[in-house]
Design a protein around this ligand. Sequence first.
Ligand SMILES: NC(=O)c1ccc[n+]([C@@H]2O[C@H](COP(=O)([O-])OP(=O)(O)OC[C@H]3O[C@@H](n4cnc5c(N)ncnc54)[C@H](O)[C@@H]3O)[C@@H](O)[C@H]2O)c1
Ligand SMILES: [Zn+2]
Length: 360
Amino acid sequence: MEINSNQYPHPVFVGSVLNDELETFILKYAKHGGDIAVICDSNTAKHCYPRVKEKLKNKFNLNFLEFPEGEKSKSLNTCEKIWKYFTECGLRKDSLVINLGGGVVSDIGGFCSSLYLRGIPFINIPTSLMAMVDAALGGKTGIDSGELKNNIGIINFPEGVFVDVDFLKTLPKREFFSGYNEMIKHGLIANKEYYLDLTDNKFLNNFEDAIIKSIKIKMDIVVKDPYDKDIRKTLNFGHTIGHAIESTYLKYSNKSVLHGEAVLLGMITESILSEMKGIMASDELKAIMSRLQPRVSKIIIDENTINEVIQLLMYDKKHTSDQLNFTLLEKPGKAIINQNLDVSQIRQSLSLLSEITKQQ
Ligand SMILES: NC(=O)c1ccc[n+]([C@@H]2O[C@H](COP(=O)([O-])OP(=O)(O)OC[C@H]3O[C@@H](n4cnc5c(N)ncnc54)[C@H](O)[C@@H]3O)[C@@H](O)[C@H]2O)c1
Ligand SMILES: [Zn+2]
């Protein structure tokens, strides 16, 4: 099933990859017997590639590359391996890259495809919940450089995205809940009822419906501002602080925090900041806290983390303007972009977050 709008910058299909829809779509790019390169990480190679291979192996010349799973692979080093492999396979403009995996695979696979021969077509088949509702959609591609997340990248749209919820069967629980937090974000910025339903766990028996709701929220925003100049920034709610927490943990790599786990902490902190700035009423903040706090994983935000997070935010500041720019929340369902805050407010909100993480 194709999700409604043909005005989206790329189509999104929801359904089994075993349907003919995928094959028919691919034929527009790579002809019968044409070259396809599938990119996976070590987990999706094992759990997801066999299904896709079965479907496509007799019709196309399938090439396959895997790299070790994890955020650390989202690096220039992996890009070099991918580009070398593309060259070895002889990929050209009439070939197709299939990124089969979570956000790491779609981010780096989309990035490498966008730069190879100044751009060859690619599609995303997301296999993690995070990628199905967020990372694989909307054309943001990129890699990390050192501990700085996503700071090398380009917006370039996939030809299409194929979402098959069956892949979630092998996804580890912790990864599932990380993606779930991103869906909660969609509700918080655009649809209060959806946010309430998600935090009340109302979708357990019809989870595909929730995924479709999230895809629509994201794509309806992307279509209005594909190049991230304005309203697309609403999707950044929770991410300014979230990314800084994620980067801090990436740097001190003996502990790990997942993207969605960091975003949840970011959403809590940025809700606190929304109230501090007088945008959100105190009772709204209380209500949000009561729903989000129980979802916080065991992550300690201590004084060192706070200092590191602030330092990273200041680094960002050097590249934008004099003040730190946030997307804040007026209430569930209504986000407000371009809100400036000063460092003392941010420090105060992180101290409150620190208290919350100690209670978990
Ligand atoms: N481009 C964007 O708009 C955007 C948006 C959100 C996140 N991201 C990026 O996406 C990344 C996070 O995405 P993620 O959470 O999918 O991370 P991920 O790609 O690392 O996947 C999470 C883990 O789940 C495993 N996995 C994935 N699918 C599986 C399956 N079906 N069965 C078993 N294991 C499976 C992966 O191997 C990995 O170990 C981050 O790098 C983040 O920056 C990008
Ligand atoms: Zn995110």
